[in-house]
Design a protein around this ligand. Sequence first.
Ligand SMILES: Nc1ncnc2c1ncn2[C@@H]1O[C@H](COP(=O)(O)OP(=O)(O)O)[C@@H](O)[C@H]1O
Ligand SMILES: N[C@@H](CC(=O)OP(=O)(O)O)C(=O)O
Length: 413
Amino acid sequence: MEVFKFGGASLKDAAGIRNVANIVASKAASNLLVVVSAMGKTTNALERAVALAQKNQDPSSELDSLHDYHLQVMRELFTENHPVFAAVDALFTSLRKELNSPGEYDQVYDQVVSGGEVISSVVVHHYLLSQSCPAHWLDARTCIATDRTFREGKIDWPRTEGNIANLPPILADHVIITQGFIGRSSDGLTLTLGREGSDFSAAIFASCLHAAAVTIWKDVPGVMNADPKRLPAAVVFEELPFQEAAEMTYYGANVIHPKTIKPLANANIPLLVKNFTDPSLPGTRIHACKIENLPPLIVFKENQCLVSCRVTDYTFINEQQLSLIFNALSELDLRVNVIQNSAISFSFCLDFRESKILSLIRKLQEHFEVYYNTGLTLITVKNYDKQTFDTYRNKPNVLLEQSSRSTLQVLVR
Ligand SMILES: Nc1ncnc2c1ncn2[C@@H]1O[C@H](COP(=O)(O)OP(=O)(O)O)[C@@H](O)[C@H]1O
Ligand SMILES: N[C@@H](CC(=O)OP(=O)(O)O)C(=O)O
């Protein structure tokens, strides 16, 4: 069996959904599990609605325009009284209810923001049925079991494997349509797996089902040596070793979610990244292989924050102080992207999540003088050559720079 994953870009309008249905139909009428993300920029709109509701401001215009957007797409795909309209109306009604329910920010966030995937999977499922595809709708939350780390749900692998073990009889004569990005805790609450986490969901299903391959359908011809939106001369890799792909995603190449590679590499399941507008293109095959002389790989990671902790009593940064810093990071489940230290100061760069970073700063201020900058970009050049090294080293407004024998990292304003 195989797993396909379609992201928001491929499902952003009626033409996109028709194209997805054609790709599915050209592949198989069974033994295929299709993971879908929310349509277009739905997740961002739902995030804005939660932010408004949590500030006691009215989120209804945000939800109204999201509902209109879905209705517009559905009107192009279905006849007037098709049951999909009632199904999607009901989902929007429950979203409005969730938005107004009391609770911690992150918990409410997950109950609401997960809705985008549920809605898109219902629309895609009904459309595939209308095209005579034997599609079966699956609530991913009945399979993906998580803990209660809202917005970053951690997978309970034994429970998830047990749940997914029920799918093969359904797959024998159906194409399963399910949601990426979402799971459920043992007490029945919905959790999201981290932004852009649908690729990871596809990898979870694939590894538990021992799939032959996973294909992630993107708007690019494959994995490239840089984001083509930033560097139009970027080139496509025909193949990449798992290790190289994992490192790229770690440095922030957002073409694949960072957690996707590990379960696939462990189970030796190849990951194909293909173009949904031209499925005949070969795309990139990520698998167990060795490749010599890869070109320089350039990754831009935005929205970075640089935190510097300075000792205040003329002692030098020592192990106790480092452990205070790392304990604070670990308690807040924060991951650092680059570290640098001097005699009296320790600096690190991490993704900016306002509420978490402010909590971190408050904790660190109990022991250190703390400075921080936001709105930064971390540029990583892996396998650099002389030309890329010189280009990226000489950037203006560098706040931090580090190089090893193969990797250069520069943090710029
Ligand atoms: N190294 C890279 N190779 C290809 N695309 C990249 C790379 N780095 C970043 N991207 C960006 O990733 C985008 C595709 O990912 P994404 O927008 O998350 O797709 P989807 O939402 O459909 O899953 C591309 O449009 C491209 O701009
Ligand atoms: N919809 C979620 C999950 C996801 O993976 O989306 P996409 O596949 O469109 O990146 C998000 O935007 O974060």
